[in-house]
Design a binder for this molecule. Structure first.
Ligand code: SF4
Length: 152
């Protein structure tokens, strides 16, 4: 019933998507449950602020010319709501990225994404800056694995 994405933070980031200036939303309610997650405070469903399409469109307008990409840190658990916001982003000529703790997302979401980070957090293997990581950062249209960009 709750199909609206909610977010706990909205910020501009440079490192999460190499080569892009991204408006990043941390989406609350992640159900993956990684041991050692640094964002446990964002797990509760219903926490955070609603990320409604009208507000989101206004933010893209506010940041016009300043950002090149929108990054969603989670949100695939409400795929229809996420798809709507991804379509709005693409319609503005911006790139899109999703960080998910899952190994894959539905193809209808992939179609709206330029970049996709997959895989849960496993402390012993580290994140994208670790060569031992289980996580993958893909440029979807080329199929290129971009993990190396996090090692530079
Ligand atoms: S996917 Fe990310 S936010 Fe979700 S539990 Fe794992 S590390 Fe935490």
């Amino acid at each position: 019933m709750n199909s609206v994405l909610r977010y706990s933070s909205e910020e501009i980031v440079w490192q999460e998507v190499p080569g892009e200036t991204s408006l990043a939303y941390t989406i609350t309610g992640c159900p993956v449950g990684c041991k050692g997650c640094h964002s446990v405070d964002t797990w509760p469903t219903g926490s955070g602020i609603e990320l409604l399409p009208d507000y989101f469109s206004q933010r893209l307008h506010d940041y016009q010319g300043l950002i090149t990409c929108v990054l969603f840190l989670g949100g695939e658990w409400h795929p229809a709501a996420l798809q709507t916001l991804l379509k709005i982003t693409k319609a503005q000529g911006l790139k899109t990225c999703l960080y998910t703790g899952l190994e894959s997302v539905p193809s209808y979401l992939e179609r709206e994404l330029d970049y996709l980070k997959t895989g849960p957090w496993i402390a012993s293997r580290g994140g994208l800056d670790s060569r031992a990581t289980n996580q993958r950062f893909m440029h979807l249209s080329s199929g290129e694995l971009l993990n190396v960009r996090f090692w530079e």
